[in-house]
Design a protein around this ligand. Structure first.
Ligand code: AP5
Length: 216
């Protein structure tokens, strides 16, 4: 299965990508997680990316295309992947087409998560992330058993710096300007399946499975 999860920030792409990748035994390629790991490790990539991320802006295309190209070239990606957070611009989508063509493979499906802005803002401002394994929680919708502590690995939870209200508004604007055009791009390729990202996590997962089943 080779799938893209597309949708605004906070739509639940990461939550569902983690589950879907486990179900299909493929890799989850989450560019936001990769960048946050680079920031935490203090690498050159992390240093470059941090100022864009903190401002709610996109990291330059050339950096992202290089990063994803390298990841897609790894043997783990050979069995399939869920792309979560990439592509985010038309230039990234065109580069992905080229990368896949070079490898003689094609996308099976692009799943678009539809969700209201009010729900997005609530999801992002209440989100908490595990420092150790990157798992997502929400203070109201999916709290950990013990406040501030990851159920999976026991590490501490933190709030992302780009989940502050003003940055969230900026990120939503950037989505509309730079990423929304991908909806028509993939609709034109006959790959787009739209689902509702609202409702309980299990219900959204069922919708993801139905949307991708048709591609099998
Ligand atoms: P990234 O980390 O990719 O952020 P995003 O796309 O803005 O998406 P989010 O992680 O905010 O949301 P999500 O849709 O994954 O939702 P989640 O599952 O967490 O990117 C961060 C930054 O990195 C970008 O701003 C940019 O600077 C840079 N970047 C990354 N990729 C790039 C690229 N390709 N090009 C350029 N720059 C790039 O869910 C959100 C919350 O809701 C969680 O708390 C979760 O528990 C909760 N939740 C999930 N599902 C439900 C549900 N069904 N009901 C109730 N709550 C739910």
């Amino acid at each position: 299965m080779r799938v893209i999860f597309l949708g605004p920030p906070g739509a639940g792409k990461g939550t569902q990508a983690r589950r879907a990748a486990a179900r299909w035994a493929v890799v989850q390629i989450a560019t936001g997680d990769m960048l946050r790991e680079a920031v935490a490790a203090g690498t050159e990539l992390g240093r470059q990316a941090k100022r864009y991320m903190d401002a709610g802006e996109l990291v330059p295309d050339a950096v992202m295309i290089g990063l994803v190209g390298e990841t897609l070239g790894r043997p783990e990606a050979g069995k399939g992947f869920v792309l979560d957070g990439f592509p985010r611009t038309l230039a990234q989508a065109a580069a992905l087409d080229r990368l896949l063509e070079e490898r003689g493979i094609a996308l099976d499906r692009v799943v678009l998560f539809r969700i209201s802005e009010t729900e997005l803002a609530e999801r992002m401002t209440g989100r908490r992330v595990c420092r150790g394994c990157g798992r997502n929680y929400h203070v109201k919708f999916s709290p950990p058993q013990k406040p501030g502590v990851c159920d999976g690995c026991g590490d501490r939870l933190y709030q992302r710096s780009d989940d502050a209200e003003a940055t969230v508004r900026r990120r939503l604007g950037v989505y509309e300007r730079d990423t929304r055009p991908l909806v028509d791009y993939y609709r034109g390729q006959g790959l787009l399946e739209e689902i509702s990202g609202e409702g309980p996590v299990d219900q959204v997962f069922e919708a993801v499975l139905r949307a991708t089943e048709r591609a099998r």
